[in-house]
Design a protein around this ligand. Sequence first.
Ligand SMILES: Nc1ncnc2c1ncn2[C@@H]1O[C@H](COP(=O)(O)OP(=O)(O)O)[C@@H](O)[C@H]1O
Ligand SMILES: [Mg+2]
Length: 204
Amino acid sequence: MTKEFPDGTLAVDDFSLTLPSHRTTVLVGSSGSGKTTLLRMINRMVDPTSGTIEIDGVSVASLEPVKLRRSIGYVMQNSGLLPHRTVVDNVATVPLLRGVPRRKARADALDLLDTVGLDRSIADRYPSQLSGGQQQRVGVARGLAVDPNILLMDEPFGAVDPIVRAEPAAGAHPAAARTRQDRRLRDPRHRRGLLARRPDRHPA
Ligand SMILES: Nc1ncnc2c1ncn2[C@@H]1O[C@H](COP(=O)(O)OP(=O)(O)O)[C@@H](O)[C@H]1O
Ligand SMILES: [Mg+2]
């Protein structure tokens, strides 16, 4: 597929890829290479200029965007938390929209905080009262909350210190495996963030 934005920026140029089921696939590329645009085309936050995206043989263009988005877990690059909602309400947002009773949605959200290595004591805080790394973990918990077949993750651990990065990643995997089997985890996190913390090795 190809995506050209209205201002003429060619973000994705004739890209084609088949992603296997039951696998974690990682997209690696420098800043501006089109990773976020690619992910956003999968859940129709961005529509391609040309080309098609199919999930199990069904073109996403034929699916209703809101329904599609509520069925795919999406962890945004900047956590994308709703600032006026508490941590637990952020995690429970989509289950509540899908009609899960409030008490269950809240209990499930608290379980997910455990999964991503967050203390339950932060459940009633607002995103601005968290560190960047904690916000990102809440974002991962929110992505897992819809129990999705497909989980898209856009540099979800970029703000988490490299030393503890393995921890939420490890947390995400059992949660992913715990549920339905046909699940794809995509994390386009690239090495640049790691290297950028070490200017001696990455002078640019
Ligand atoms: N809404 C937009 N309008 C115009 N250009 C955009 C828009 N969104 C992204 N771009 C451009 O598309 C290219 C790819 O961006 P992006 O997919 O965010 O890259 P990455 O996630 O790999 O850093 C970049 O040149 C970026 O500036
Ligand atoms: Mg990006």
